[in-house]
Design a protein around this ligand. Structure first.
Ligand code: FES
Ligand SMILES: [Fe+2]
Length: 374
């Protein structure tokens, strides 16, 4: 299993999911309950276990901005401090539950998992297109019963589109076109780009843009380890670069527990932003694509679980981005941010060793994706 990276921000929910109902999410193995304060301004995140007999607070109820435990009535304020216990006026000093730092940004609810004193909101990567004028977004979330490292592998290697998503977003050119990979070890960013000069237009883009001929297609990935993944996609008809369509595909990879991950996905576009039918098409079509990945990763995890230890994994050129991501995650886990001595690249799922070398630890902040859409 891929080790969890603590002392990091993770997407816990979409802003629209957190309201006056108690929302339960388990993040890096920590059960957390989320709710919005009455004035709508803040999101509260508390440990989802009552300090008394550990009843889940998510199965309890809100009273103004406090949570009243549904078992015996311990009542907690937004800081996690117990402000009322039943049958007595004295409140035990230890009657409190942990509260988590939360930041709401770009329509995402980020929660800090780790030492609260180290939580720096400015370190949260941006996904402005999710909540900006001129963009329209459809979104969803699918839980997967797989090591989050398998989802990282999946998203960093889009050659699988040709096979797993054939007839949806995949065409032969995706798997056939070489990638360029670069790593910013200091910022923990992996970039992978693929430029297709003359490619078939897959149904996803043909139906959303009306293009019926061949296209130039650019895929520029930025993975801000450990959680945020952006795919800057740009297509235009071959020979007509002025007719360009930008799509931003966002994933948040949030480990829930060992062998479980939340797969947050969103598709944002800067064209036909008022087209409600297109919203429906893109939502339903992309959800089908995501479910193809979910099914594949569930199957892959079950397959890996049934294997004896020590399987020698084989890697090839297309794996360069995923191997780089594994190395970055391993370095972050070890606390070695520069990653230079991260020899633990094989800690990724099902991997005893990797035969292809990951890209060198170049500090390529000006990477191949410099011209991506924003
Ligand atoms: S378990 Fe919450 S008050 Fe008893
Ligand atoms: Fe996929």
């Amino acid at each position: 299993m891929t080790a969890f990276v603590r002392d990091q921000w993770y997407v816990a929910a979409y802003s629209g999911e957190v309201a006056r109902d108690l929302l339960a999410r388990t993040i890096l193995g920590e059960p957390i309950v989320f709710y919005r304060t009455e004035d709508g301004a803040s999101v509260v995140a508390l440990a989802d276990r009552c300090v008394h007999r550990r009843y889940p607070l998510s199965a309890s109820s809100l009273e103004n901005d406090t949570v009243v435990c549904g078992y015996h009535g311990f009542t907690y304020d937004p800081t996690g401090t117990c402000v009322r216990v039943p049958g007595q006026t004295r409140i035990p000093r230890t009657a409190r539950v942990r509260s988590y730092p939360v930041v709401e940004q770009d329509s995402l609810v980020w929660v800090w998992i780790g030492d609260p004193d180290r939580a720096d909101p400015t370190a949260i990567p941006r996904a402005r297109h999710l909540d900006s004028p001129g963009w329209s977004t459809v979104r969803g979330m699918e839980p997967i019963d797989a090591d989050y490292g398998l989802l990282v592998d999946n998203l960093l290697d889009l050659s699988h589109e040709t096979y797993l998503h054939n007839g949806y977003i995949g065409t032969p050119e995706v798997a056939e076109t070489p990638i360029a990979t670069s790593v910013d070890d200091e910022a923990h960013i992996v970039r992978v780009s693929r430029r297709m000069d003359d490619a078939a237009c897959p149904p996803f883009y043909a139906r959303s843009t009306g293009i019926d001929g061949r296209i130039t297609r650019r895929q520029d990935i930025e993975y801000f380890a450990p959680c945020l993944y952006l795919l800057h996609s740009r297509i235009s008809p071959v020979g007509d670069p002025t007719r360009a369509y930008h799509t931003e595909i966002t994933y948040a990879i949030t480990p829930s527990a060992p062998g479980k991950v939340y797969d947050f996905w969103a598709v944002s576009r800067d064209f036909a932003t008022d087209d409600v039918e297109l919203d429906t098409f893109l939502h339903d079509f992309n959800r089908d694509v995501v479910i193809q990945d979910v099914d594949a990763l569930n199957l892959l995890q079950r397959t890996l679980d049934s294997e004896p230890d020590g399987y020698q994994e084989l890697s090839i050129n297309i794996d360069a981005g995923a191997l780089a991501a594994r190395r970055v995650l391993a370095a972050m886990t070890a606390g070695a941010a520069d990653g230079a001595s991260a020899s633990a690249a094989g800690s990724a799922p099902g991997s005893a060793s990797a035969s292809a070398s990951p890209p060198s630890s170049s500090s390529a902040s000006a990477s191949a994706s410099a011209s991506v859409t924003g």
